[in-house]
Design a binder for this molecule. Structure first.
Ligand code: ADP
Ligand code: MG
Length: 622
């Protein structure tokens, strides 16, 4: 069986949502933002100084905890108590972090930072950032927030996603949904609502310390991540370091102290950002105690310094296109503060052969998309929006072995709803699985409507039936279906999102329902036939393998009888007689009982041979 049900569906209660204010949060490695959509406009909430971005930095001092700029200001004095880029460590195990750029990482037990306030985990650090954003938004809105959509990189695995959820919970934020960052950027540009049948999209995200490229496909109602790539150690910080190195020479700083170096990095970042808008900047080195008091930096020099890094991002882009199996895309979206550098935007344009979308602030576009999504999920849609569904029009399910449709969510279920079911693998050593999402009331997949197909890769090789794959169907308040498959042992995960109404209009639905009543009896027969066929094939396959391995356990008469029974069942399988298939399957099962018993004996003997007599004694003495 490719997919085999091993547990009953369970309803998840966490999807109940009420009408209220919901926000979008971009929990970034360098900067985090919080935004809200009021039905017309997205507001990115600013701090008291008018800054929309909150640096993702937390300072755990002996006296108090500081977040954002206040924490950054203390980094120079107490680097070990100041945690930056905690997102890199979210959902990671201690042993996964090989080279430790964080002097304060503890060396034992769970991954944590050692601070004057004791051990702090990445989840706790992220919770402090989320908490600060929540306070900021609630002050602006003068109302508590009911829930949030939080964005995560598309490549985040289940553990990293889970850790993000935990951080939100710890901060007292109800997570409506985790949304992939590139998808959020696409939503901010309204690309999910475009008219085209199908389109390809590249999201180029160059932040402070990470570069992500994602290739997405959008098909009427379908959002799919085709490929992700990038470099987790490449970003604006590299630009800062290059500029600082250049300035060290220009300002004749022979051997800068660590403190001077940090100050210089700050100067470099300011200069870099200024050069996105002007051609030249004057650097004031007086605070550095350097020999030369000032230097100038031109955009041209800056561009020469960062050129190799930009070229590396383009290599990742070409790789991602190749991984996605496409030559070009229809649209390119720029995300991340570093894409404000004109050289970056130019390079992306040349690479993809088109002007990238950049009308929305690239620092804010992810938070903006998340805010839009949050508003939809919380149910604040305008009344003229016909897409808001409150029941599922047709059953949703997936294809199982034998071309049968396994229903997961029944037609007319009220939404939001979530149901999960466990499946397993059919073959020994199977490492991949195709999940085919279908809609309709008919028993056979061929008679249902295909909604999406995705692949779960990276299942650890195991014997057939040992893998536990949880497939979850969630339909949110807006009728968006999200199907995810997670292999429980390795955490390998894959998912697909299908948009409202699933592309069907009233008429289609009526037709499909009519057909399902009309063919109900016929379908039942087809289902029984397919099921009987699956069982027979499984028995035959098992016996073939057993004969190849332990055929010597049978004498020639016995072997011949068994093979005759097998041939007969194979013959019956050619016809469409359910009863005959069942009858012969049973017969073959009985005929192979002796063989099965002998194989069992042999395998026990083999197992015992591995144990010494001493061990056996010790075990029986227990
Ligand atoms: P992240 O997604 O990693 O949290 P951001 O998208 O906020 O990061 O990007 C932060 C980076 O963007 C920093 O390196 C910052 O210096 C850089 N940046 C911000 N504004 C500009 C600008 N105007 N020109 C060039 N780089 C900028
Ligand atoms: Mg970002």
């Amino acid at each position: 069986m490719v997919l085999l049900q091993i547990s009953e569906p369970g309803e998840s209660p966490d999807l109940s949502v009420t009408r209220s204010i919901a926000v979008g949060i971009d929990l970034g490695t360098t900067n985090s933002l919080i935004a809200q959509f009021d039905g017309e406009l997205v507001h990115v909430f600013e701090d008291d100084l008018g800054q929309p971005s909150l640096p993702s930095v937390v300072h755990y001092g002996a006296e108090s905890t500081q977040v954002g700029d206040a924490a950054m200001a203390l980094a120079n004095e107490q680097p070990e108590n100041t945690i930056a880029s905690a997102k890199r460590m979210l959902g990671r195990a201690r042993e996964e972090v090989v080279d430790d750029p964080y002097a304060s990482l503890t060396t034992d037990g769970a991954l944590a930072f050692a601070t004057d306030q004791g051990k702090k985990t990445p989840v706790e650090v992220s919770a402090v950032i989320l908490g600060a954003l929540k306070i900021r938004a609630e002050a602006h809105l003068d109302s508590p927030i009911a829930g949030a959509v939080i964005t995560v990189p598309a490549y985040f695995d289940d553990a990293q996603r889970q850790a993000t959820r935990q951080a939100a919970e710890l901060a007292g934020i109800k997570v409506l949904r985790l949304l992939n960052e590139p998808t959020a950027a696409a939503v901010a540009y309204g690309l999910d609502e475009q008219a085209e049948e199908s389109s390809l999209l590249a999201v180029y995200d160059l932040g402070g310390g990470t570069f992500d490229i994602s290739i997405l496909r959008m098909r009427a109602g379908l959002f799919e991540v085709l490929a992700t790539g990038g470099d987790s150690a490449l970003g604006g910080d590299d630009f800062d370091r290059e500029i600082a190195r250049y300035l060290t020479t220009e300002l004749e700083l022979a051997d800068p102290t660590p403190r001077q170096r940090r100050t210089l990095l700050g100067i470099a970042r300011d200069a870099k950002q200024a050069l996105s808008d002007s051609a030249e900047v004057e650097i004031d080195g007086s605070g550095l105690g350097s020999d030369a008091l000032s230097a100038s930096l031109t955009r041209q020099t800056l561009e020469a310094l960062i050129e190799p890094y930009i070229e590396r991002t383009l290599m990742s882009c070409r790789q991602a296109l190749q991984d996605a199996g496409v030559d070009s895309v229809d649209r390119v979206v720029l995300v991340g503060g570093s894409t404000r550098a004109p050289a970056v935007a130019r390079a992306v344009e040349a690479c993809f052969g088109q002007t990238p979308l950049s009308t929305l602030d690239p620092d804010q576009v992810v938070a903006m998309g998340a805010a839009r999504q949050a508003d939809i999920l919380i149910g604040n849609r305008s009344d003229n929006d016909a897409l808001l569904l409150d029941v599922i029009p047709l059953s949703l399910g997936l294809e199982t072995y034998g071309g049968l449709a396994e229903r997961i969510i029944d037609r007319n279920s009220t939404i939001p709803i979530a149901r999960a079911q466990e499946f397993t693998t059919a073959r020994d050593g199977q490492t991949g699985l195709v999940v085919h999402v279908v809609q309709g009331e008919r028993e056979r997949v061929a008679d249902c409507r295909s909604l999406a197909r995705f692949e779960l890769k990276g299942i650890p090789p195991m014997v057939a039936g040992a893998a536990r794959i949880e497939v979850t169907f969630r339909v949110d308040a807006d009728g968006i279906l999200e199907v995810s498959a997670v292999e429980q042992q390795s955490g390998a995960r894959s998912e697909v999102v299908v948009k409202p109404a699933f592309g069907l209009d009233e008429l289609d639905i009526t037709d499909m329902l009519k057909a399902s009543y009309e063919f109900a009896a016929e379908d039942m027969v087809a289902r029984k036939l397919a099921e009987a066929g699956v069982e027979a094939e499984a028995l035959l396959e098992g016996l073939r393998a057993a004969l190849a391995q332990d055929g010597d356990l049978l004498d020639s008469d016995e072997a011949q009888t068994l093979q005759q029974e097998m041939a007969r069942l194979e013959q019956v399988l050619q016809q469409t007689d359910v009863d005959a298939i069942r009858e012969h399957t049973e017969k073959l099962g009985r005929a192979s009982e002796t063989f099965a018993a002998r194989r069992m004996d042999r395998s026990i003997q083999t197992a015992l041979r591995g144990i010494s007599v001493g061990q056996l004694d010790a075990e029986s003495a227990e």
